[in-house]
Design a protein around this ligand. Structure first.
Ligand code: BGC
Length: 431
């Protein structure tokens, strides 16, 4: 054995509804794509056609032995107009969840993952003062519909990435560049999470269940000053860290609001998580307000630094502060040809297995290649390759390695020789 997997660590993958399902034109990203805003001209309307092919995909998950699966439901399918719910969509997701359970894969359900129904987007989405209650109505419907089948929930995926990309950098819909919008979104998403967290617990308790677990998926980066000796770089790293993730983490987890998060109605201090959800991809090197990437490091195909230690640093820091089991709700890399993903998986899981930590779940991003937001279909994160024209799925070497790790409880000498030995990082050329 090259290494034995950490005891009690469950392995699986994560996806998001809009990135894999296809066919839904009632959300802000489908519209954004139609307006020609996605770099490669593709649209989530195609994606992986998973809405129609979910059985095939779940069969493949089961074949690979995946134990856990984080996935999303599309709000705009379930509530196509405000207050109008689709029985068809609800029935569809019930079928999907039942199929997962039948195949022995434990579901973790994400309620909001970047996309909004058009009616919600057009009223200002999470900038709107009523958005926490509007989101809560959707949560109520979801728990009524799926509460008997699902015990684990993520209310909101990466509020910071959503708010910063959409409302501060103006890169994502609705392409705003406004500090005020950012503050509103941070504040309302915090309230939405806290209302959702509280409601899911109450509702499932009334249904007679006592195994409910709720949290949010927090996008976390390591922020390093470009030159540690430069006080300005050090200050920018600390400030960026606080503004991007520090304040919103504290607010969402404990209801303690400090600028840029303002306290909204219904937000009181408390404990609003049952696990610590960490989405981790990279380290940022900072010298000003925008984040950068150092030159002397391994990078993925999107130019992000590959820095495995960061996941451990961040999760342990959070554990010390918040004392709950850590779920790595996303971790992965963009490797369009699967040249270094096997090495990436090996290095990351080895570190988790050999270092003292509190990680109990690892959801690799992602199962199939999928619609990577502004990058469209051009950026591949899957352990399963998708030919978008034919919708053919092919398990990549990284997927075969992952299956072997689960089956054998670690990386065997044979698996290492077959998948990892020749899989090497390359330093991406400077952009
Ligand atoms: C998001 C995913 C995305 C992944 C890779 C995360 O920030 O939650 O939707 O595909 O990163 O960029």
């Amino acid at each position: 054995m090259k290494f034995k997997l950490k005891k009690d660590l469950l392995l699986g993958t994560a996806t998001a509804a809009t990135q894999i399902e296809g066919g839904d034109d009632n959300n802000n990203w489908a519209r954004f794509a139609k307006e020609g805003k996605v770099k490669d001209g593709t649209s989530p309307l195609r994606a992986d056609d998973h809405y129609a092919r979910f059985r095939e995909d779940i069969d493949l998950m089961a074949e690979l032995g995946l134990q856990i699966y984080r996935f999303g439901i599309e709000w705009s399918r379930i509530e196509p107009q405000r207050g109008v719910y689709s029985a068809e969509a609800i029935a569809h997701y019930r079928e999907e969840i039942l199929y997962l359970r039948e195949k022995g894969v434990l579901p973790l359900l994400t309620l909001h993952h970047f996309t909004n129904p058009l009616w919600f987007e057009d009223m200002g989405a999470f900038e709107h003062k009523d958005s926490p209650e509007i989101f809560l109505s959707f949560v109520k419907k979801a728990v009524e519909a799926f509460g008997d089948l699902v015990s684990e929930y993520i209310t909101i995926n990466e509020p910071n990435v959503y708010a910063v990309n959409s409302l501060f950098w103006g890169e994502w819909p609705p392409e705003k560049k406004s500090m005020r919008s950012l503050v509103n979104a941070f504040s309302n998403m915090t309230a939405a999470h806290i209302l959702g967290y509280t409601y899911i617990h109450e509702a499932r308790r009334k249904m007679g269940y006592h195994d409910t677990k709720v949290s949010f998926a927090n996008h976390l980066r390591v922020f390093e000053p470009e030159n540690p000796k430069n006080p300005f770089h050090r200050l920018s790293a600390r400030l960026t860290e606080y503004l991007f993730q520090g304040a919103v983490t504290r607010a969402m987890m404990c209801g303690e609001c400090r600028f840029p998060v303002l306290r909204r109605k219904g937000v009181t201090k408390g404990r609003y998580y049952d696990f610590i959800g960490v989405n981790y991809y990279s380290r940022s090197t900072v010298k000003g307000i925008a984040d950068g990437v150092r030159e002397d490091c391994y990078k993925n195909d999107l130019g992000w630094e590959i820095y495995h230690e960061g996941l451990l640093e961040l999760s342990e820091h959070l554990y010390e502060t918040y004392q709950a089991p850590v779920y790595v709700t996303e971790n992965g890399t963009c490797d369009n040809r699967d040249r270094f993903r096997p090495r990436f998986l090996y290095d990351q899981l080895k570190l988790i297995s050999e270092r003292e930590n509190h990680i109990v779940r690892y959801y690799h991003w992602s199962f199939t290649d999928n619609f990577e937001w502004k990058e469209g279909e051009s950026a591949r994160f899957g352990i399963v390759h998708v030919d978008y024209e034919t919708q053919t799925r092919t398990v990549k070497p990284s997927g075969r390695l992952y299956a072997s790790i689960i089956k054998n409880g670690g990386v065997t000498e044979e698996a290492f020789d077959e998948f990892v030995k020749d899989s090497q990082y390359e330093t991406a050329p400077k952009p």
